[in-house]
Design a protein around this ligand. Structure first.
Ligand SMILES: Cc1ncc(C[n+]2csc(CCOP(=O)(O)OP(=O)(O)O)c2C)c(N)n1
Ligand SMILES: [Mg+2]
Length: 371
């Protein structure tokens, strides 16, 4: 079994390289737009949180190639077990901005009526399983879903997304072990962004890479330049082909960098050497792809300006629409769990209504997240 210790790169740091077969100019443009969209969505998300308009935000700045390259290789029928940092995939798969923001506001348009933490999306229509906060749990769930797909004969791949920190979880072992044993169609996407909040990757493992861990589970491991959208696309495409051909799972490690805080509750300046950040800033995945596109005569400043104006307009419109959507009715705290509400909950609901009649409405905390 081929084990890649070499780093798979297509676009070199100077922006030169041959595009993977099967992609044309429309694809290149769509990939670039999705990466830029993600960056602008992140900037706006952080600003909205700082303005106190949403409670919490998890940016993915620096990881756009690592996510969009893979998302571009996914099939519409594939099942996703994402991480809290992979909203770019939902945007690429056509989830509207309004739905993304409805979740962040936890308003009446939100599928789960504000019951999940902001940024923990669930989108049944694109087979996007609800994001779990506990690190790694999605890995074993994905292995189970891939086994189910295998038994049913479904022609699809199941993707589990997690970080370098996620590889230290029990679920990483359980998930990869059984996917290897069953040879199920599972793709394990490890985004090695070098940090698990303040824990650097050297403190996470003594292995020479995260991809090397695939050897122990009897599956191919690929080490990919995660700031190179074509390299990520190519590795993901190959992994998906293997999955659909019945050749089993793959572990992909995308080497990338979190060019920002872990979340809106974090300040990396307290633990990250500034020189490290600056060295990765020079490897910005959007700039790398932009250079390639410019050399092909596809990227121009005028196109960039047009794209930015378009995207910022779409974001502004969706923010306004989500912010003016009402909060869910108070009754929804008690619904959607039982088909028939048990007496205990009915009593609690009546008690709550009585309290509101007596003391007035529940105090609005402004959506502040308690961390
Ligand atoms: C089981 C568990 N332990 C600790 C945490 C707190 N926590 C949230 S995110 C995180 C870091 C995860 O890092 P990584 O897997 O590298 O993903 P990244 O955030 O870098 O994308 C930790 C420790 C948690 N959510 N769940
Ligand atoms: Mg990480």
């Amino acid at each position: 079994m081929a084990q890649a210790t070499e780093l798979l790169t297509v676009i070199d740091p100077k922006g030169k390289g041959k595009a993977p077969a099967g992609l044309d100019t429309d694809d290149f443009k769509a990939m670039y737009r999705a990466m830029l969209f993600t960056r602008l969505f992140d900037q706006r998300g952080m600003n909205l949180q700082r303005q106190g308009r949403i409670g919490f935000f998890v940016p993915s700045t620096g990881q756009e190639a690592s996510q969009i390259g893979a998302a571009y290789a996914m099939g519409q029928e594939d099942v996703l077990f994402p991480s809290y940092r992979t909203h770019s995939i939902a945007l690429l798969k056509g989830i509207s901005l309004k739905r993304m923001y409805d979740q962040m506001w936890g308003n009446d348009g939100d599928a789960v009526k504000g019951r999940q933490m902001p940024n923990h999306f669930t989108f049944k229509d694109i087979n996007w399983v609800s994001i779990s906060s506990p690190i790694g749990t999605q890995i074993s769930q994905a292995a189970g879903a891939a086994r189910a797909a295998q038994i049913k004969g479904d022609k699809l791949a199941v993707w589990a997304w997690f970080g370098d920190g996620g590889t230290s979880s029990n679920d990483f072992h359980a998930g990869l072990n059984f996917a290897g044993v069953w040879k199920s169609p599972c793709i394990f996407m490890c985004e090695n962004n070098h940090w698990a909040i303040s824990v650097p990757q050297e403190m996470q493992t003594a292995s020479h890479s995260f991809a090397a861990k695939a050897v122990a589970y009897g599956m191919p491991g690929m080490r990919v330049d995660g700031n190179d959208v074509f390299a990520v696309y190519e590795a993901s495409r190959q992994a998906r082909e293997r999955a659909l051909n019945g050749d089993g799972p793959t572990l992909i490690e995308n080497l990338t960098f979190r060019m920002g805080p872990h979340s809106s509750s974090d300040d990396p300046k307290r633990y990250q050497p500034p020189e490290l950040f600056e060295s990765w800033q020079k490897k910005d995945p959007i700039e790398r792809f932009q250079q390639w596109l410019a050399a092909e005569g596809i990227w121009t400043e005028a196109w960039e300006d047009k794209l930015r104006t378009e995207i910022m307009g779409e974001i502004a419109e969706a923010v306004e629409a989500a912010e003016s959507t009402p909060q869910p009715e108070i009754e929804t705290i008690f619904t959607d769990v039982y088909a028939e509400m048990p007496t205990l909950l009915k009593d609690q609901l009546e008690g709550l209504k009585e309290q509101i009649r007596r003391d007035g409405d529940i105090e609005d905390t402004g959506g502040a997240f308690p961390l």
